[in-house]
Design a protein around this ligand. Structure first.
Ligand SMILES: NC(=O)c1ccc[n+]([C@@H]2O[C@H](COP(=O)([O-])OP(=O)(O)OC[C@H]3O[C@@H](n4cnc5c(N)ncnc54)[C@H](OP(=O)(O)O)[C@@H]3O)[C@@H](O)[C@H]2O)c1
Length: 305
């Protein structure tokens, strides 16, 4: 963990740039979209719930009246929806400078998606794998472009259960979340290795917010809240702060491909100013990454690099 004093005022203007933020209607995605709009980027708010997205867009426009925002519909837990979003985007836009793979869910009751995936793996990982695969040509043709993937401290306890990827037996909602967030981090690092091998100037960077009070915790039992409340201020920060590692990964001028950003304010990396974060070695294991990549290509039907 290295301390940093990075803040959004250090980010250059994003005028003329196009960014997609998945899950931009709430929590960290909302703060990310707001900051990008303030910096002058055209922001595509990639959201599944159009009513919530319209409300979020109006809230951003109140703060940034000349913000350039467009809502486009996507449900990342459905491959067909990801494909139709990508088609609509590719038909309309000639460039993509920032793809921010932010949307996510945590510890819902077990649910299998229409594609046969467990819901957390579908929305957090497979949907973003497919989205990135479908948009990558456009991203690679755009100068100074980046793909940012959201992981979590939870990746540290994660494992990829290749024999039970869809949790058809012994569903543990936490293990499924940990698996999905480890998969996101493995993806970010492997994408960077492949981009480099291809000689591309596009970079892939990862980020995690530490712990931030957002709607992500809607499936956490109320009793748990009550128990952790007295200590919350010590370990939890607001979404505006939680979004800073993502924004640093997306906009920081010192950022290199394969970097991983998170809060640096305490040992457990739950809050504080953004800087380089620690990851478990399994996240950079190339054998594991290649195996996950092949499975992901097969299950989503997209080949990436
Ligand atoms: N908050 C934390 O402490 C924390 C910690 C570690 C990592 N993270 C990561 O940070 C990211 C953002 O989370 P957050 O805390 O901002 O949570 P949040 O407030 O619940 O926001 C999540 C966003 O993702 C969207 N989303 C969920 N499933 C989707 C789907 N199938 N298709 C399209 N959009 C979908 C949500 O849309 P709806 O509003 O329609 O549900 C919402 O816009 C996630 O990847 C999460 O894993 C958060």
């Amino acid at each position: 963990m290295s301390k940093s004093t990075w803040n959004i005022s250090k980010a250059p203007s994003q005028k003329g740039k196009i960014a997609i933020v998945t899950g931009a209607n709430a929590g960290l995605g909302f703060e990310t979209a707001l900051a990008l709009a303030e910096k002058g980027a055209k922001v595509i708010m990639a959201c599944r719930n159009q009513t919530k997205a319209e409300k979020a867009k109006a809230a951003i426009l109140q703060k940034v009246p000349n913000g350039d925002l467009e809502i486009m519909e996507i449900d990342l837990s459905k491959l067909a929806s990801v494909r139709s979003f990508a088609n609509a985007f590719l038909n309309k836009y000639d460039a993509l400078h920032l793809l921010i793979n932010n949307a996510g869910i945590m510890i819902p009751p077990y649910q299998k998606t229409e594609d046969g995936f467990e819901l957390q793996m579908a929305a957090n990982y497979f949907g973003h794998f497919l989205l990135t695969g479908l948009l990558l040509d456009k991203v690679m043709k755009t100068p100074e472009s980046r793909v940012v993937s959201l992981s979590s401290i939870a990746h540290k306890n994660g494992a990829i259960h290749f024999d039970n990827l869809h949790w058809e037996k012994d569903y543990s909602k936490m293990k499924a979340y940990e698996q999905s967030k480890l998969a996101c981090l493995i993806f970010a690092f492997e994408l960077q290795r492949r981009l480099k091998k291809a000689g591309s100037s596009t970079i892939s960077v990862a980020a995690h917010p530490g712990i931030s009070n957002t709607e992500l915790s809607k499936h956490v039992p109320k009793l748990m809240y009550f128990l952790i409340r007295p200590l919350a201020g010590l370990y939890i920060h607001k979404p505006k702060k939680g979004a800073l590692p993502t924004l640093m990964a997306a906009l920081g001028t010192e950022v290199k491909g394969g970097d991983y950003y998170g809060p640096t304010g305490n040992k457990s990396e739950t809050k504080g100013p953004p800087g380089l974060a620690r990851s478990k070695s399994k996240a950079r294991n190339e054998e594991l990454a290649n195996r996950l990549w092949s499975v992901s290509e097969e299950l989503t039907g997209v080949k990436i690099l």
